[in-house]
Design a protein around this ligand. Structure first.
Ligand code: B12
Ligand code: SF4
Length: 548
């Protein structure tokens, strides 16, 4: 029996991204903050260490935090994208605190517990939602009991890694956990200042531009759903709770009045907030009974002065769940950007992604949203493992058309095999998966991590790799000259690079010259001489693309 620790202290480390979220906005790590709130509420001393928002070098800042002493358990949050950096921090914790209990949690840990034990200095791996396992862990530390067989954990034994599954949080438990998220303590203001500096907001030419950028930056994230059950084949989060439960988990989400309570709390904790981002994987279901009453409540609360009139909202939604009535209600409530995981404009690819049911809804709903003054934000994966060149050309053409029509867009060249996604586990795709060698800084620990699932068809594979090579050159070139490249500008660069490759292969594609003009129009902060330089660079790139 271990020694009882009457007042255990827990430090929770958020996922670590030293590149500062190059693709998208950074924000306080919601998962570990929610866990800290739940532990604090149960009388457990828990703090968050956020490596993306600390003073000085994160590794040194962590060492200082650990040297404050008194830590009995350290929790390390992991995602596939950040794993090598998360492990670096876990190894530092072990070096400084040889006797502390070190726990891995989060997406990557849940899907790959064996890998965690192989690469990291962990005593336990938490599977799925961390609330109940961490409360149980703290209880056992208090009572001096061993940590065996806690529901929702994996442990390493002589005979291998043993999994102890847990049930996903019920609707009531999820509500309790969300309500305990300590928004009042979360350093949103520090993130906003960092982003305002990074995007050089003060240097933007017009007040309208500055206001638009501030509305984007001064946002707070709220999650009201436990998971999305749509089972897209490239998606990992759809399988997260099933992996933790060892079976199909039930859906749970907040009711309209519970969402309102959280919105009011966020506004009072962060009065300068301009936008609340509903971070649910899907915010509106096809059979949805929440969205209309929620919009009405927001509109009422704004009228009564309980919420700022100009408070805006962003959410990610299934495009097949949109109707003219819902879109209009969302617009009136202040939803200014709606994310849609469209993924691809080709029906064949959507079938492969298990998402073909959205196909007929894409164009009418994008048009309807634009007509209402809502900006649709589309995520596109340009190729799938089994696509052909005309699928790629269709997505580039339609993506370009909707971009010019006013949509925002994030484009990704191929499927990234995130652990837990059906495609990542498909043995027929294994020969088409490429790996990157990673090493954990300061250690000998190294492994090959899956990084791309490339198209099986050699023509498409070569095309997308050529497009990606040119895209990377453009990015390197432009990032030295422009403060921040928003997703839509990056997407134009993808179209620009794809156009000659597709045209050379006989596919109908946008005119490269025209795309270049569109790109130049969207780089307003460039000096005149830089434009000329840029045209010369474009000419050089085109010559290379034609030779290739
Ligand atoms: C919000 C979000 C973001 C936000 C903000 C992240 C933040 N700072 O909070 C932003 C927009 C910044 C973002 C960016 C990206 N994201 Co993101 N994001 C999400 C999203 C939609 C929700 C995460 C969330 O807040 N969940 C709610 C909290 C409460 O849950 P949680 O974090 O999972 O934590 C719970 C458990 O995991 C567990 N847990 C977590 N940590 C720990 C630690 C310990 C010790 C324990 C015990 C338990 C534990 O307990 C928590 C409470 O129950 C997820 C999808 C999803 N549904 O999870 C994708 C997701 C995490 N993102 C993903 C990706 C790919 C990205 C990007 C790379 C996208 C891109 N292409 O640019 C970037 C990467 C940015 C970066 N450099 O890190 C992938 C990661 C896939 C993977 N396996 O790695 C996900 C899973 C979506 C997907 N399926 O593709 N993201
Ligand atoms: S709709 Fe989005 S969150 Fe849901 S399974 Fe598909 S990709 Fe994942």
């Amino acid at each position: 029996m271990a020694t009882a620790i009457p007042d255990p202290h827990v430090l929770l480390i958020g996922p670590y991204d030293p590149h500062c979220g190059e693709y998208t906005f950074l924000a306080p790590p919601l998962g570990v903050w929610r866990l800290a709130g739940v532990l604090n509420d149960a009388g457990v001393q828990a703090e968050v260490f956020d490596p993306n928002c600390c003073v000085g070098e994160p590794a040194l800042a962590l060492e200082e935090k650990l040297a404050e002493g008194g830590w009995d358990a350290i929790g390390v949050s992991t995602t596939g994208m950040t794993l090598r950096f998360d492990l670096e921090l876990a190894h530092i914790a072990r070096r400084l605190l040889p006797n502390a209990v070190i726990v891995a949690g989060g997406m990557e840990a849940t899907f790959k517990p064996e890998l965690m034990f192989q690469l990291g200095p962990f005593d336990l791996v938490v599977l799925g939602e961390g609330e109940k396992p961490l409360l149980e862990l703290a209880g056992r530390l208090r009572r001096g009991e061993n940590l065996d067989a806690i529901a929702g954990t994996a442990v390493k034994t002589a005979s291998g890694v043993q999994l102890h599954h847990q049930r996903a949080l019920s609707k009531e438990e999820l509500r309790e956990a969300i309500f305990k998220t300590p928004y009042e303590k979360m350093p949103y203001a520090a993130y906003w200042e960092k982003l305002e500096r990074f995007y050089r907001v003060g240097a933007l030419p017009s007040k309208a531009d500055r206001e638009a950028r501030l509305a984007e930056i001064r946002s707070v994230r709220l999650i009201t759903l436990n998971y999305c059950p749509m089972n897209c084949t490239f998606c990992s989060s759809t399988n997260f709770l099933h992996a933790a439960q060892g079976g199909i988990a039930g859906i749970a989400r907040l009711e309209p009045e519970e969402c309102m309570a959280m919105i009011r709390r966020i506004v009072s904790a962060h009065p300068n907030v301009r936008t609340i981002i509903f971070q649910d994987d899907i915010f509106v279901f096809t059979q949805d009974r929440r969205i209309l009453p929620l919009c009405e409540s927001i509109i009422d609360a704004k009228k009564r002065g309980e919420l700022p009139e100009d408070l805006q909202f962003i959410s990610t939604n299934r495009i097949d769940a949109m109707t003219p009535e819902r879109l209009a209600a969302m617009r009136r409530a202040g939803f200014r950007v709606l994310g849609f995981g469209v993924e691809n404009f080709s029906l064949g690819v959507l079938k492969e992604f298990n998402k073909s049911r959205i196909y007929d809804h894409i164009e009418p709903n994008l048009q309807q949203a634009l007509d209402l003054g809502i900006t649709p934000f589309l995520d596109l994966i340009l190729t799938s493992p089994r696509c052909n060149l005309s699928d790629l050309a269709e997505t580039i053409r339609k993506g370009y058309r909707w971009l010019l029509a006013g949509c925002e867009m994030g484009m990704y060249p191929y499927v990234i095999p995130f652990s837990g996604a059906a495609m990542a586990n498909d043995p027929t795709l294994e020969p088409h998966t490429t790996y990157v060698r990673h090493q954990v800084e300061g250690t000998e620990v190294a492994w090959d991590q899956p990084s791309k699932i490339l198209p099986l068809d050699a023509t498409v594979r070569e095309a997308i790799l050529a497009i990606e090579r040119e895209f990377n050159e453009w990015l390197e070139y432009l990032e030295l000259r422009v403060a921040h490249l928003p997703s839509r500008t990056r997407s134009l660069i993808w179209v620009l690079c794809a156009a000659p490759v597709l045209a050379n292969a006989g596919e109908e594609a946008p005119e490269r010259e025209e795309v270049l003009e569109q790109l130049l129009m969207r780089l307003p902060t460039l000096q005149q001489e830089t434009y000329q330089e840029l045209r010369q660079f474009a000419g050089k790139m085109e010559a290379i693309a034609c030779v290739a």
